[in-house]
Design a protein around this ligand. Structure first.
Ligand SMILES: Nc1ncnc2c1ncn2[C@@H]1O[C@H](COP(=O)(O)OP(=O)(O)OP(=O)(O)O)[C@@H](O)[C@H]1O
Length: 593
């Protein structure tokens, strides 16, 4: 129950609702336990009448007795009906309070996990798979809800029924109660052992469920690769393999689960036999009345459910414990990138790297080696270099997606880690290498950069990104829905919508990570021309493999294996022997051909 302690704060938050629910549960169970007593009394009244009949009581007295018996039976029937109606009403209220509380806690917990997901850094998402993330916020939270709602409700049921039921039984006949109780310790021990097995097996089942979700999620995301390589058969085989393993683990779990009820029924049946045998002997010896035996049999049957539920509730709690432990693992994760400053940071736009060396933790690849450069506010910098030379790493550090351990990154002369994280991200317009668009309208995808953007602003941004003409060609224009259920944009169109999204933010720093790779050189020219206007007073980073994207930049950095090998303007670099000049000549040749 260590992990589930986390949920206590929600019990406190909803204490009144829960307390009322628990009170109602107690009332409804006390009422339900009145029934055996009334049935027992009724039978005893009938038996008294039969005894009187045998004892030669006069006709007149018998007639009066019969009337009394009939009256009492009628009253008892009415009471039983009344109790049933009231108990039903209380059960309804009990669900309305306790089960509704569990839904509220489920909602809160999901929100909490979601907020933590938002806080966590990029590295966390690299280490954990999407299917697993989804499973913990859905499947695992559902398991925890079962603990907060049904488990609490049934536990209360059980405690009240057992406490009140046994008290009533003992008050009638201590010896008979003791005999009736004999099977219960066996029941508790076997439940305990079984629950442990169930806990172990359900943890494994949960892991397999995560595996399946992850597999499917990746398959759906990569559907075009799967289809184009024609590897559906292989995928089906892989899926079958995981699904089969998952099925085996589930069957394994169900085998243990299936033992619960037969075990309960066996031991409860034993209790019934004991009541009939011991009770019967006591009746023969005139120690108890016939109604008492019936009353005991009813008690045993009423107590069957709560005792049977012990096992269910135990396994529910253990499954919730396993799930909450998985949830806590993520909730306890400290975001690698922390905000150390809550006061506002307004960027001017100077960016400087001072002897920055950066190694990725997961791969141990040193992507940047002793990098130093300074970019003045409003300048445009182009970064060129072979693939894997560290270009994207530089801009990921500027957006503080990672923190560097060696060297310093300065924004406007101050260490980037001392700036307000939220503010710097808000003042950076970042177009990633592989742009992601949501299954939403084009308009909303562009507005993502500025929630309150007007229609004019959206059109202006789209025009600057040279995508406006493409958008208005769609029948629904800016209202065209993208993604799974909508239109699929070409690679170049996606890049340009993504550029519009960055431009509309009107940020202080604009970053384009090789985002013109999928557009033809003519469109590239037009975009770059527009960007000249847009990026006035904005520090702009353009990562590219093309000289055409870099040639107008105020400064060009050439990277090789994490080091800056050349630095200067287009004209300066053309006078030097090196990667830039080679690239220029090679691309010039390609153009001519
Ligand atoms: N998230 C990451 N985790 C671990 N290693 C990474 C990560 N991202 C990049 N690397 C490694 O760091 C090195 C530099 O990568 P980076 O993406 O910065 O290069 P790049 O110049 O932008 O390449 P490209 O032109 O292909 O985009 C590469 O060796 C790469 O494998």
């Amino acid at each position: 129950m260590k992990a589930l302690k986390y949920i206590n704060k929600y019990f406190i938050k909803y204490k009144w609702r829960l307390l009322i629910g628990i009170l109602i549960t107690i009332l409804s169970k006390i009422l339900a336990l009145k029934v055996p007593q009334i049935v027992g009394d009724s039978l005893n009244v009938v038996e008294d009448y039969q005894t009187a009949k045998k004892n030669n009581v006069s006709e007149a007295e018998l007639a009066i007795l019969l009337k009394e018996v009939e009256h009492e039976l009628l009253m008892n029937i009415l009471i039983i009906v009344g109790v049933a109606v009231l108990a039903g009403f209380f059960t309804f209220l009990m669900r309305q309070t306790i089960i509704v509380t569990s839904r509220l806690v489920e909602f809160d917990l999901k929100n909490e996990i979601y907020q933590q997901y938002q806080r966590l850094s990029l590295n966390f998402y690299k280490k954990n798979r999407t299917g697993d993330l989804m499973n913990r916020i859905s499947e695992d939270v559902s398991k925890v809800r079962m603990y907060v709602g049904p488990a609490v409700m049934y536990s209360m049921n059980m405690i009240v029924l057992l406490a009140v039921g046994f008290t009533q039984m003992i008050s009638i006949d201590v010896e008979l109660t003791m005999y009736t109780l004999i099977p219960f310790p066996f029941l508790s021990i076997s439940i305990f052992v079984l629950s442990k097995v169930i806990h172990k097996r359900s943890t494994i089942v949960q892991q397999y469920l995560s595996k399946l979700t992850t597999f499917n999620q990746e398959f759906f995301s990569g559907i075009s690769v799967v289809k184009s390589y024609g590897i559906e058969k292989q995928i089906i085989q892989d899926f079958d393999e995981i699904a089969n393993q998952s099925k085996e683990k589930n069957i394994h779990l169900q085998r243990a689960n299936a033992l619960f009820f037969p075990l309960m029924i066996l031991l409860i049946g034993l209790s019934n036999l004991i009541v009939i045998y011991v009770g019967g002997q006591k009746y023969i010896n005139d120690e108890i009345q016939i109604g008492t035996i019936i009353e005991f049999l009813l008690y045993v049957n009423i107590l069957t459910w709560p005792v049977a539920v012990v096992g269910w509730v135990t396994s529910m709690i253990q499954q919730a414990e396993a799930s909450q432990a998985r949830i806590n693992e993520f909730l306890d994760e400290v975001p690698e990138i922390q905000n150390h400053n809550n006061s506002p940071t307004n960027l001017i736009g100077e960016v400087a790297f001072k002897n920055v060396t950066f190694t990725y933790d997961d791969t141990n690849i040193t992507a940047l080696k002793n990098i130093s450069f300074t970019v003045k506010p409003g300048e445009t910098v182009a970064i060129l270099g072979k693939t894997g030379s560290g270009k994207s790493t530089i801009i990921e550090l500027i957006a503080r997606l990672y923190d560097t351990k060696e060297g310093e990154i300065l924004l406007d002369g101050k260490n980037i880690e001392d700036a307000n994280l939220n503010d710097i991200r808000n003042q950076i317009g970042f177009v990633p290498q592989d742009p992601f668009l949501f299954s939403e309208t084009i308009e909303n995808n562009i507005k993502f950069g500025k929630e309150d953007a007007t229609e004019q602003e959206i059109i202006k941004a789209a025009k600057d990104a040279v995508v406006h003409e493409n958008i208005i060609d769609f029948p629904r224009g800016y209202k065209t829905i993208l993604g799974e259920r909508g239109v699929t944009l070409s690679g170049g169109q996606k890049q340009r919508v993504s550029i519009a999204r960055a431009i509309i933010k009107n940020p202080k720093i604009l970053i384009f990570d090789d985002c013109l790779s999928a557009v033809d050189t003519e469109t590239e020219e037009r975009i770059l021309e527009n960007l000249k206007k847009v990026s006035q007073n904005k520090t702009t980073f353009i990562i590219s493999h093309r000289v055409s994207s870099a040639k107008n930049a105020d400064k060009i950095l050439v990277l090789d294996d994490g080091k800056i090998t050349q630095q200067g303007t287009h004209n300066q670099l053309l006078t030097e022997k090196g990667y830039y000049k080679e690239l220029y000549e090679q691309q010039l040749l390609e153009k001519e051909n």
